[in-house]
Design a protein around this ligand. Structure first.
Ligand SMILES: Nc1ncnc2c1ncn2[C@@H]1O[C@H](COP(=O)(O)OP(=O)(O)O)[C@@H](O)[C@H]1O
Ligand SMILES: Cc1ncc(COP(=O)(O)O)c(C=O)c1O
Length: 259
């Protein structure tokens, strides 16, 4: 008899270059032997000169149609990635409120409209409203700084901001130092209201596009399979490190979980 596959939903954008977005989510689920579903929030394409990218949001009705199509499915975890607008974020929040019995991983991708302070302020308020309804959030330094309004320049700042996100309602927080804090180590800080833990790997100079999506999807996969939180983060950090080690010019490449 074949074993029943765990089912994980990605609420994510499409990355035309396949490094990040739902392409990375599905590649990760596949390595964990998980059946992956996707509700597409947006399509990310490159600008004509190839130097930038354009985010086109899925229409609200098409996005809601996707969520409605998934209404009868019992998922083992849900991972949330790029939310291109406050409206898509609000529909997503309403959806996850109906799935409070499973792990929900929020990777708050705040790459959109980097120069539009008004949009960022609105999105910040919407993302903060997610905190009581998600299991774990995985902001990078910039995202953690936007969410809390606090600057992060040192490892000590990471801890202060981790504690602040806990005060704001986050149950489990991982602040990703990645390649933005240190020259030698990729150091992430975890806080759950009790203990501060750090997860560390050597910093490699490879292309890390899609590392954040891969990390959050691996955590979703591990939690869906019943792995406790700290072990899930440890395994996901190692999985993502291997993926960064074998990236190409487009993004990371996910390996067998035993590599
Ligand atoms: N160059 C790198 N070398 C090793 N680990 C990295 C590197 N860049 C990111 N990571 C790790 O990959 C994971 C995803 O982080 P990151 O790429 O910083 O997220 P995001 O894509 O959200 O900015 C984290 O565990 C981070 O520490
Ligand atoms: C659709 C989508 N989601 C998320 C991301 C962020 O990717 P990451 O933070 O994993 O590098 C990207 C980046 O290209 C993307 O295209």
């Amino acid at each position: 008899m074949t074993q029943k596959l765990a089912k994980v939903l990605a609420i994510s954008g499409s990355d035309i270059l396949s490094g990040g977005g739902f392409q990375a989510d599905l590649a990760t689920y596949s390595q964990y032997g998980i059946y992956g579903f996707v509700a597409i929030t947006s399509i990310v394409t490159t600008t004509q000169d190839g130097d930038g990218f354009v985010i086109t949001a899925t229409t609200l009705s098409l996005f809601q149609q996707q969520l409605d199509s998934l209404a009868d499915i019992t998922f083992d975890a849900i991972k949330i990635g790029l939310l291109p607008s406050v409206e898509i974020a609000e529909l997503t929040l309403a959806f996850i409120k109906q799935h409070q019995e499973i792990p929900i991983i929020l990777d708050p991708v705040l790459v959109f409209k980097e120069n539009d302070d008004h949009e960022i302020t609105k999105m910040k308020a919407t993302l903060l409203a997610f905190l009581p309804y998600v299991t774990v959030i995985t902001p990078n330094l910039r995202e953690a700084s936007i969410l809390t309004g606090m600057p992060i320049a040192t490892s000590a700042d990471m801890e202060i901001v981790g504690r602040c996100l806990y005060q704001l309602g986050s149950k489990h927080t991982i602040i990703k130092g990645g390649n933005r804090m240190d020259q030698i180590l990729a150091r992430d800080l975890y806080y759950d209201g009790q203990a501060v833990k750090t997860f560390v790997k050597p910093l490699v100079s490879n292309n890390n596009n899609g590392a954040g999506c891969t990390f959050a999807s691996a955590i979703a996969s591990n939690l869906a399979l019943g792995t406790p939180m700290v072990a899930a983060i440890e395994k996901s950090k190692a999985f993502t490190y291997q993926a960064i080690l074998s990236s190409n010019e487009y993004g990371v490449f996910q390996h067998d979980i035993n590599d």
